[in-house]
Structure formats: structure tokens, C-alpha cells
Design a protein around this ligand. Structure first.
Ligand code: GH3
Ligand code: MG
Length: 313
């Protein structure tokens, strides 16, 4: 983007840069430049200093204050040739400073260098975003990993305390999963866990948080949800797992899941999970394929008429 109040300069710069294969947009003053950047950030900004309205230094300062725009390389293009002017521009965060009149070849070379820096920065940022996502994700299921779901739980717990909202934690554990591995092999067990996660996600709303807590154990955090609401979700998940066998390695594997549900916020996030864990134990002890919850200490039985002839792992 060339920002200059002179039509002639804009036209000359445009023609040189377009000849070098760049796509050029023009801004007639500082305000227009900032608007255009917000609209569609360019890779490089060529910036005049003396312009009506905002001068180039002010435009640079504004750009540096906007997180999405602060990394766009700015190349000053100015008739101000005193060292003080150059230094002021560079100290303000400009990438480069070209004096008018400029050599066309030098203009093209400096813009190319700035564009190269921008490209490297973009690649680095994208790679960082990917790494960030990887560091928060469980590779097998694509759900949040333990560390990340713990962070989310702590956040939602604090929010619930502050706003006096209910919050539920649901700990789910695949029943007799060891038998799946023993009977069908570890890779099939992995596929079962991956499909479990797919079905789990399908039953959750946006805003609910699901993560892999351990091997075949999953934690669901349900913000702004009371116990009745959480039990509805839990029961939906349980039913969705029990209803349809999971196909893994050409075999249909029937699995069930047990869940412990705890209502919070209570003292701490850890305590909430401990309570859910205690209820999970209750559900297991009561025969599995069911959800148990705090307060009511009620164990929901699987619905009657369930197909018991299906092969259970
Ligand atoms: P329960 O109903 O009491 O929960 O019985 P269970 O067999 O599910 O529980 P147990 O803790 O005895 O066994 C869990 C098994 O899960 C043992 C472990 O090898 C297996 N497991 C843990 N993580 C993975 C995984 O990522 N992939 C596979 N395939 N198996 C896993
Ligand atoms: Mg288990």
C-alpha cells in the first residue's frame, strides 16, 4: 500500500511495483491508510511523512498500537532527509526509510525485502498457532488434553463462583475397556476411543468443554448448568454410546460408559472433580452403563428394554 498525498508519487510508485509483480493499493492520507489496513491489511506499507491530517509518524504510531497491524513492515518514503527524521522514523518502529527522489530499482528491492520479512513473520505465527493447538490437544481424540481441560475447568469454576452460577463436572469412563483391548487389540481400542470422542462432542453444546482426562476417562465441564441439565446431557451421552456399537477394524464393538456428575461450584475445581470421581465409582459399583450424581446421590438405571443380546465388550 502506497500512502502519499501526491497523486504523481502514488502513480509512479504503483507503476514500478506493479512492474515488479506486486499488487498495489493506494491511500491518499493517513486516515485512509489506517481504514484500508483495518479493512484488508497489506503486506508492506509505503508511508509518506508530510501529509495533510495525520502525518506519517502519527500513522506509524497508530499502526503500532493495533495488535493485528503492528507487524506490517512500514517503509517511509519521504523528502525529509535529515538524519533526525530518519532516526525518528526507525525508532518509531519503521522497517526502512527511503528518501525521495528514489531510485526505482532501490524502491523495488527494499519493498521486496520488507515483503520477505512479512512472509517469514506470517509463517512463524502460523506455525506457533499450530504448535499452540497441538500442545492443547489430545492426539488420539482431538479433544482438549488433560492440561488444557484443567485450565478450562479452573476458568469456568472461577467464573461460576464470581457470578453465582451453577457449574457441573461430568467424569466419564468407558466400561470394561481393558476387555476391548484384550479382545480386539489395542489399535481397535484406540478407534473406539476416537469414536467415543466424536459421539461425546455431538451431544455437547457450544460452551461445554470436553477433554481426555486419562486413558479411557473423559472430563466434561458444563458451565452455567444445574444438576438436572447436566444429567440430561450425561444421559444423552451414555445412551448414544450404548445404542450403537462402534465399528473398529471391521468389527462391531459394543461399549458402554459410566459417568459421575457433580454440581458446583464448591470449594475448588479439584474438589468438584473429586466429587465427580466419587460418583463415577458409585456408578461402576452399581453395575456400570449409568450415571451417578452428587446431592441426590441418585443412580439412574439404564432404560428398560435395552437390547441385552448385543455383544458387550
Ligand atoms: P472399568 O469398567 O472399571 O473402568 O474397567 P476398565 O477395564 O475400563 O478399566 P481398567 O482401568 O482396568 O482398564 C483401562 C484400560 O484402558 C487399560 C489401558 O491399557 C487401556 N487404555 C488406556 N489408554 C488407552 C489408549 O489410549 N488406547 C487403548 N487402546 N487403550 C488404552
Ligand atoms: Mg474404564
Amino acid at each position: 500500500m502506497i500512502t502519499d498525498d501526491s497523486l504523481v508519487i502514488r502513480a509512479v510508485v504503483r507503476s514500478h511495483l506493479e512492474a515488479a509483480g506486486h499488487h498495489v493499493i493506494e491511500a491518499v492520507d493517513g486516515t485512509a491508510a489506517l481504514d484500508a489496513c483495518r479493512d484488508s491489511p497489506p503486506d508492506v506499507i509505503l508511508l509518506d511523512i508530510e501529509m495533510p491530517g495525520l502525518d506519517g509518524y502519527e500513522v506509524l504510531a497508530e499502526l503500532k498500537a493495533i495488535p493485528d497491524l503492528m507487524d506490517i513492515p512500514v517503509v517511509f518514503l519521504s523528502t525529509l532527509t535529515e538524519m533526525d527524521d530518519v532516526l525518528r522514523g526507525l525508532r518509531g518502529g519503521a522497517h526502512d526509510y527511503l528518501k525521495k527522489p528514489f531510485e526505482p530499482a532501490e524502491l523495488v528491492a527494499r519493498v521486496a525485502a520488507a515483503a520477505h520479512v512479512k512472509k517469514l513473520q506470517d509463517q512463524l505465527r502460523q506455525r506457533n498457532d499450530e504448535l499452540d493447538l497441538l500442545s492443547r490437544t489430545d492426539a488420539l481424540t482431538g479433544l482438549h488434553n488433560r492440561r488444557h481441560v484443567e485450565e478450562k475447568l479452573a476458568y469456568h469454576h472461577a467464573q461460576a463462583v464470581r457470578h453465582h452460577d451453577p457449574l457441573c463436572a461430568l467424569l466419564l469412563d468407558v466400561d470394561n475397556f481393558k476387555r476391548v483391548n484384550d479382545g480386539f487389540g489395542h489399535p481397535a481400542g484406540d478407534l473406539v476411543l476416537a469414536e467415543f470422542a466424536v459421539r461425546l462432542r455431538q451431544e455437547l453444546r457450544e460452551g461445554d468443554v470436553a477433554g481426555r482426562w486419562g486413558g479411557e476417562e473423559f472430563l466434561v465441564v458444563l458451565p452455567r448448568t444445574d444438576l438436572a441439565g447436566a444429567l440430561l446431557v450425561a444421559e444423552r451421552i451414555r445412551r448414544s454410546i450404548a445404542a450403537t456399537p462402534i465399528v473398529a477394524g471391521g468389527t462391531q464393538i459394543s461399549v458402554t460408559v459410566s459417568g459421575g456428575c457433580a454440581l458446583g461450584p464448591i470449594g475448588s475445581a479439584d474438589e468438584l472433580v473429586d466429587n465427580a470421581d466419587a460418583q463415577l465409582y458409585v456408578a461402576k459399583a452399581a453395575g456400570r452403563d449409568r450415571i451417578a450424581s452428587t446431592t441426590a446421590r441418585e443412580v439412574l438405571p439404564p432404560e428398560s428394554g435395552q437390547d441385552s443380546s448385543r455383544r458387550h465388550a
